[in-house]
Design a binder for this molecule. Structure first.
Ligand code: NAD
Length: 271
């Protein structure tokens, strides 16, 4: 039996799709009937993410690639277009976080952090533009971070990459708007993913640090990957047709709300 693919069929390429936020975006888009190219480092995570998405009945392509290699990124886009058809959506999401005091941040750590998060995101963004511009349609979401907007000790290299991603987002949106292509960023707050949980490995008292982290969020808890994925899915969808060149901050209110109440005001009192 041959499957007929509609010209309206959405095809999304997601980087970092094996785990955390990328995997959650893949599952949300799969539930909406979007065909998927899942790009990630090789391993069992990629297989399990693909199986979860296939259960929604969409076509799923697994691509093991390193986004810090521009040739591998180009090949991933070419393979997707050859096997699934024109790419309509890109979630440019893969990233790493190396936490270190500034004085101990070696040249190697700095280069590795930049190679994946900033150069890798640039290669994906550039390739997305190359395939979308001739068709004059498409939507791209770059994963930045709340740390693109605020500083935190230990994250000088990481924040440099995330600030760069926000700047790239705005310039790419300005350049691609005339082709009908929207480019936005999502700025997740702390999200329960393997990346975040790994940062507790070196903590003296992980549960105290976890509680402190949650207490600084207005909503009083860290995000699930699916909550971030739904923000990404909105930005990729036609519901966001007038949204480009901006960032959606999904941080549970951490950046927008003062972390302590006003003196003498009990906001929990009912009126
Ligand atoms: P994660 O570690 O769970 O997932 C990251 C994914 O990226 C993995 O699938 C990994 O294989 C892939 N990846 C890493 N380097 C790669 C490379 N060079 N080439 C291809 N794939 C690569 O992490 P996560 O928390 O889901 O993070 C996803 C994105 O969200 C990252 O850009 C991260 O900076 C950002 N972010 C995370 C948080 C958080 O609290 N978890 C907060 C803000 C922003």
């Amino acid at each position: 039996m041959t499957t007929t693919i509609s010209s309206n069929q959405r095809v999304a390429l997601i980087t970092g799709a094996g785990s955390g936020i990328g995997r959650a975006t893949a599952e949300v888009l799969a539930s909406q009937g979007v065909d998927l190219a899942l790009v990630s480092r090789p391993g069992p995570d990629l297989d399990s993410a693909a199986a979860a998405c296939q259960s929604h009945g969409v076509r799923v392509l697994k691509i093991a690639a390193d986004i810090s290699d521009s040739g591998e990124v180009r090949a991933a886009f070419a393979k997707t277009e050859a096997e699934l058809g024109p790419i309509t959506d890109v979630h440019n999401n893969a990233g790493i976080s190396v936490v270190a005091p500034l004085v101990d941040t070696s040249d190697d750590v700095w280069s590795t952090q930049l190679a994946t998060n900033l150069s890798g995101s640039f290669y994906v963004l550039r390739e997305a533009a190359r395939v979308m511009v001739p068709r004059k349609r498409g939507a791209i979401v770059n994963t930045a971070s709340e740390l693109a907007l605020q500083g935190q000790a230990g994250y000088v290299a990481y924040t440099a990459t995330k600030g760069g991603i926000l700047s790239m987002t705005r310039s790419a949106a300005a350049e691609l708007a005339s082709w009908g292509i929207r480019v936005n960023a999502v700025c997740p707050g702390t999200t329960r993913t393997p990346m975040f949980l790994a940062e507790f490995d070196g903590a003296a008292d992980p549960s105290a640090e976890f509680a402190e982290n949650e207490a600084s969020v207005a909503l009083g808890r860290i995000a699930t990957p699916t909550e971030i994925a739904k923000a990404v899915a909105f930005l990729l969808s036609d519901d966001a047709s007038y949204v480009t060149g901006t960032q959606l901050i999904a941080d549970g209110g951490r950046s927008g709300c003062f972390p302590v109440g006003s003196i003498g005001v009990d906001a929990t009192t009912s009126v």
